[in-house]
Design a protein around this ligand. Structure first.
Ligand SMILES: CC(C)(COP(=O)(O)OP(=O)(O)OC[C@H]1O[C@@H](n2cnc3c(N)ncnc32)[C@H](O)[C@@H]1OP(=O)(O)O)[C@@H](O)C(=O)NCCC(=O)NCCS
Length: 179
């Protein structure tokens, strides 16, 4: 992809006072936005969620400024541009879906008592940044912040092929299904 193409569909995330910087690694910064963040940050998070949605099967963005819940938005920034996004929300989870059952096209075998768990509503990395561990970097920051291991996150489906490959890599036994 040329620089011109990158910039035409990029979302600028300029450094600004008051931003919540969680981590920096290899030139990539991870920022946190919540509903307690300034309105400008929430609008930025919505712009990125709308951009990310275009590369997923979802028809609604994972975050809009209408949201009033306990939502945590993690943004990966490189060179002043938002190149990755993870949106997590607490949701009741109702089942465990093993990859064995998934692969055999069986429904989740293990029903569980509803329990609230952090759920990955969406995870996205711009095509120019994929395959460099950025999605994992976002989820590591999320896992640290909410104090829950990645293997116990819930996952919002449907998966894309790259999304499924990613979840299989970090949740090798199976995954929690949100209600
Ligand atoms: C899924 C996605 C977020 C992964 O982002 P990423 O930054 O490239 O992922 P990482 O580099 O952290 O990859 C971690 C692991 O996931 C797996 N993986 C990620 N993308 C993969 C792909 N396209 N094919 C196969 N495996 C993949 C690999 O096992 C990888 O580990 P490895 O490099 O040690 O083998 C990215 O491909 C994406 O944004 N896809 C489009 C949007 C989307 O589909 N989101 C999910 C909605 S369900």
């Amino acid at each position: 992809m040329s620089d011109a193409q990158v910039s035409s569909d990029a979302v600028a995330v300029p450094p600004h006072p008051g931003e919540q910087l969680l981590a920096t690694s290899g030139g990539v910064e991870v920022l946190l936005v919540t509903n307690a963040s300034p309105e400008a940050d929430r609008q930025l998070a919505e712009r990125l969620a709308r951009r990310a949605m275009r590369d997923t099967p979802f028809h609604t963005p994972a975050f809009t400024t209408e949201d009033t819940g306990d939502t945590r938005i993690f943004i990966a920034r490189e060179g002043g541009v938002g190149i990755g996004l993870a949106v997590l929300r607490p949701r009741p989870r109702w089942a465990w879906w093993s990859w064995d059952d998934w692969d055999a096209e069986r429904r989740p075998a293990t029903g569980v008592a509803p329990m609230t768990s952090w759920t990955v509503e969406t995870i996205w990395v711009h095509s120019t940044g994929q395959g460099r561990g950025l999605a994992k970097q976002l989820l590591d920051a999320a896992s640290d912040l909410v104090d829950q291991p990645i293997t116990s996150f819930g996952w919002h489906r449907p998966f894309t092929p790259s999304g499924e490959a990613f979840v299989r890599r970090w949740c090798p036994e199976g995954f929690w299904v949100p209600g």
